[in-house]
Design a protein around this ligand. Structure first.
Ligand code: NAD
Length: 367
């Protein structure tokens, strides 16, 4: 179970939440928070004030602004969600920590080790209360895997194999927002986090990897289309991790289509979250929740990474995650997300995978 020692002491109090970055994730999380019984004050900031106002109106926020600090520092605000692009997390996170406010920041913690180390140092200095939004931890099958591994059902964990596929349509949305947020740093990061969670106490020690360039290079980006890595852990356990986010744009995944397998001396867990058995086909077209203007005829239902709007509400891992964090703040209920130091280690592994793929040499951890 996670260390609850740093709980910020706002249990039992009303919550005032600031949302910094009112894009896809920020607006989803703000709409989920708007109906939480403990939340009495909502504030929305975005570098684009029109965007802050539009989302603020939708969630009936008490305050909207183009100035992050004005929102973070409001006395009614006692916790902050940072949903800015990957390379823009650090400043608002540090501002919130300096003011002693708990933080939920989107994954990855940062794109550079310098930024991530600055955040972990600030958390340590302020005894800060920060979780990183590795939403996949709130997928039911992964929670059950963690439960049964913790109960010892697999015996000693010997290794894992995981890979995730998606269409290039979504990858280009990510690269447009943050050109250095490669599929390894931005997507495979969820699976590095999960494998490290499952193998808790057994630190990643070495990485070998290979990648191949094509679609993204032709579009002017540095990212590989396909990357495969083997991560060796301190006791010799080996995990194979792969990502292909360059499948054709109409590939039916509406987000991540992963498999996860964990292997032990006494058992094995085999999970498919590809949703290939949940298909809709329609001549009328379905709009892609993440890619504006992108319609598909066929889709694997339930593959949208964070969840889906349906029947007037938002459903899926990010709804459970956001409510789980708000419950943690207001009731002290445990939150199963990683802390800053775990997210820093995950970033190190993904950076090591990129370095190993680029140099074709093994990379030792920690970096
Ligand atoms: N947990 C999940 O399921 C999940 C899914 C997708 C993305 N993400 C993560 O969420 C984050 C945001 O992704 P998104 O898809 O919402 O992006 P987005 O582009 O839809 O939204 C980002 C918003 O931040 C605003 N912004 C940019 N710089 C800012 C700054 N300095 N201060 C304030 N606002 C700023 C932009 O105007 C935009 O409205 C990323 O870290 C991404 O990796 C998480």
């Amino acid at each position: 179970m996670v260390d609850q020692a740093r709980h910020s002491g706002i249990v039992g109090r009303e919550l005032g939440i600031a949302f910094v970055g009112a894009g896809r994730m920020g607006s989803q999380r703000a709409s989920i928070a708007a109906s939480h019984p403990a939340v009495r004050f909502l504030a929305v900031a975005d570098i684009d004030p029109d965007r802050a106002r539009a989302v603020g109106e939708k969630v009936k926020a008490d305050l909207c602004s183009g100035d992050n600090l004005a929102v973070i520092s409001r006395p009614e605000v006692n916790a902050v969600v940072v949903s800015t692009p990957e390379h823009e997390h650090t400043r608002p996170v540090l501002q919130a920590l300096e003011l002693g406010k708990p933080v939920l920041v989107e994954k990855p913690l940062a794109l550079s080790l310098d930024d991530a180390r600055q955040i972990t140092a600030a958390v340590a200095a302020a005894k800060g209360d920060l979780f990183v939004g590795y939403t996949k931890r709130y997928t039911r099958s992964f929670i059950l895997a963690k439960e049964y591994i913790s109960r010892g059902c697999l015996g000693r964990t010997l290794g894992a194999a995981t890979r995730v596929y998606n269409s290039r349509a979504q990858a280009f949305q990510i690269l447009k927002r943050s050109p250095h947020a490669s599929p390894v740093l931005d997507v495979l990061t969820y699976y590095v986090d999960l494998v490290c969670w499952f193998l808790a106490g057994n630190e990643p020690a070495e990485v070998v990897a290979r990648g191949q360039k094509g679609v993204f290079r032709d579009a002017g980006y540095g990212a590989d289309d396909v990357t495969w890595a083997i991560v060796t852990f301190a006791d010799g356990a080996v995990a194979s991790l792969g990502v292909d986010y360059a499948l054709p744009e109409k590939y039916p995944s509406l987000g991540q289509s992963p498999r996860m397998e964990v292997l032990g001396t006494e058992g094995v867990i085999l999970l498919s979250e590809e949703h290939k058995e949940h298909i809709i086909y329609t001549n009328k077209g379905i709009s892609h929740g993440y890619v504006p203007g992108h319609d598909v005829n066929m889709a694997f239902l339930g593959t949208s990474s964070s969840g889906d709007y349906a029947l007037g509400d938002f459903w899926g891992p990010q709804a459970d995650e956001t409510r789980g964090w708000l419950d943690y703040l207001s009731t002290g209920r445990p939150c199963i997300l990683p802390r800053a130091h775990e997210a820093l280690r995950t970033l190190e592994v993904t950076l090591a995978i990129e370095r190993a793929a680029a140099t074709k040499e093994s990379v030792k951890l920690p970096l």
